[in-house]
Write a protein that binds this ligand. Structure first.
Ligand code: BES
Ligand code: ZN
Ligand code: ZN
Length: 508
């Protein structure tokens, strides 16, 4: 990953391959053209105060996502200036939004692939918090997944080194913000790697092995239930989904404990390493990206390890419900009835609604420890993608205040999310003539139906939220901000924020 430093060096004498500055949109009245953002004063001075004019000549408007490259002024040690758009200027006395800075830093870092060292001279008005956002943006934006490519032929190495200017290297708050950014971004990028790894190389057993190694490295306890243990324990949901695959399912429990913890947060992740649909096979055109169906488990894994690395004063337990959903002679059939870990029976009407089956067992397992709250994360329904598009995840919960708190946490870290209801009348659509419940209900509101199904497997009295990340988990389009193509690491930062809030007693 890109190496980060805080630097107090003066821009002209700085040894780097590029200097990144911010450029904002002008106002209609004065001036109409782009405006150079704070942090770039030295660069502007070297252009005799005419940098905004030069940028305008080059076509810059200051719009978010825009990149303008220009040769550095005479006398500068760095040869290149990269001006990145920040959008509208903030109001009087206000700083740029941290998410604007995070995205701009991400865009710049991605643009600078192949470059060794860049200095970031972006406006850090809110000091440490802004430096943390820029650091996160750089580390997330520089990410590439090229494990399966010959880099010599196919692309450039990610930006190797980033120096953040305008920070105070010896200031405690700055150091802490940077350390947090590094821990969160490293684990988030690890989640992206897992999501992007092809399903022939990442089956449940392989995922569990990766989790075991990484978690141990950071003092997280790991327990893996293999097929035999799942049979013994009666995990009918996870076993039923994994029954068609040559690679057996796993339930991984990750425990991070703090001696100073007052709260216990449980995180549950859907970990379908490949979702073919099973006997209710997905048609071509709907299965090419289904290696991403373990994004929830990847997010939970990343968040637990990040919480451990940050030494948060809270107990966090992660449950990864891992299975491969395949059709075969041993696969679960539509019409089969599964006896779940909770003891309830489920009539499987559609084997492609498999996520709720593995999650049901993991939610019930998590509930047995009576945590203060459970949050599950899953690429659960196409319906949620239809409802919210491909950048926003849906939040459902059995508690209005908790749902709002999760939404606020998501907004704080810059993850677009929206609150969705669990309408009671949709429950009866899952009534089954044969079993306690069916795994499918009404088609309309399919994302909410899935949420209602999960609710049945949360222990009595436990506060619970469900994040359906089917839209934002995997970016099939062009990269934007600090979000690459492919696995995005959606929900990791929201989960880490929730763990921080639980640690400070501000959650549940
Ligand atoms: N993994 C899919 C949901 C999904 C869709 C994730 C698109 C990412 C992008 C899930 O297992 C699924 O197939 N759900 C079905 C449920 C239906 C059969 C009730 C769906 O949404 O169509
Ligand atoms: Zn499915
Ligand atoms: Zn699925």
């Amino acid at each position: 990953m890109t190496a980060l430093t805080l630097s107090t060096a003066a821009v002209p004498g700085l040894r780097a391959d590029a200097i990144v500055i911010g450029v904002a949109k002008g106002t209609a009245s004065k001036p109409a053209g782009p405006v150079v953002a704070p942090g770039a004063e030295a660069v502007d001075q070297a252009y005799d105060g005419g940098l905004a004019g030069v940028l305008e000549t080059l076509g810059a408007s200051g719009a978010e996502g825009e990149v303008t490259k220009l040769p550095a002024p005479a006398g500068f040690k760095a040869p290149l200036v990269v001006a990145v758009g920040l959008g509208a200027q903030p109001g009087k006395d206000a700083g740029y939004d941290t998410e604007v800075l995070r995205r701009a830093a991400g865009v710049a870092a991605r643009t600078l692939a192949g470059v060794k060292k860049a200095a970031f001279a972006l406006p850090l008005t809110d000091a440490a918090a802004d430096a943390g956002a820029v650091a996160e943006g750089v580390l997330l934006g520089a990410y590439t997944f090229d494990a399966y490519k010959d880099r010599g032929k196919n692309g450039k190495a990610p930006l190797a080194e980033a120096a953040l200017l305008g920070g105070k290297p010896r200031d405690k708050a700055f150091k802490a913000a940077l350390e947090r950014a590094v821990a969160v971004a490293e684990e988030l990028n690890r989640a992206r790697d897992l999501i992007n790894t092809p399903p022939n190389d990442l089956n449940p057993e392989a995922f569990a092995a990766v989790a075991q190694v990484a978690a141990k490295e950071h003092g997280v306890k790991v327990q893996v239930l293999d097929e035999k243990a799942l049979v013994k324990g009666g995990y009918g949901g996870i076993l039923g989904v994994g029954a068609g695959s040559a690679a057996g399912p796993r339930l991984v429990k990750l425990s991070y404990t703090s001696s100073k913890a007052k709260k216990h947060l449980a995180l549950v992740g859907k970990g379908i390493t490949y979702d073919s649909g099973g006997i209710s096979l997905k048609p071509a055109g709907h299965n090419e990206t289904m290696k991403c169906d373990m994004s929830g488990a990847a997010a939970v894994f990343a968040a637990v390890v990040a919480a451990a690395r940050l030494g948060l004063q809270v107990n966090v337990t992660g449950w990864l419900a891992l299975a491969e959903n395949m059709p075969s002679g041993s696969a679960t059939r539509p019409g089969d009835v599964l006896r779940m870990y909770s003891g309830k029976t489920v009539e499987v009407l559609n084997t492609d609604a498999e996520g709720r089956l593995v999650l049901a067992d993991a939610l019930w397992a998590a509930s047995q420890e009576k945590p203060d709250a459970i949050v599950d994360v899953a690429t659960l329904t196409g319906a949620m993608v239809l409802a919210l598009g491909d950048r926003t995840f849906g939040i459902m919960a059995n508690d209005d205040a908790f749902r709002s708190a999760v939404h606020e946490a998501a907004e704080e870290v810059g993850e677009p999310a929206w609150q969705m209801p669990l309408p009671e009348h949709l429950r009866k659509g899952m009534d089954s003539p044969t079993a306690d419940i069916a795994n499918m209900g009404e088609r309309m509101g399919g994302g909410l139906v899935a949420g209602l199904f999960l609710r049945e497997f949360v222990g009595e009295g436990i506060t619970w939220a469900h994040l359906d990340i089917a839209g934002p988990a995997f970016n099939e389009g062009a990269p934007f901000g600090y979000t690459p193509k492919g696995g995005t690491g959606s929900a990791v930062r929201t989960l880490v924020r929730l763990a921080e809030l639980a640690a400070s007693g501000d959650l549940a």
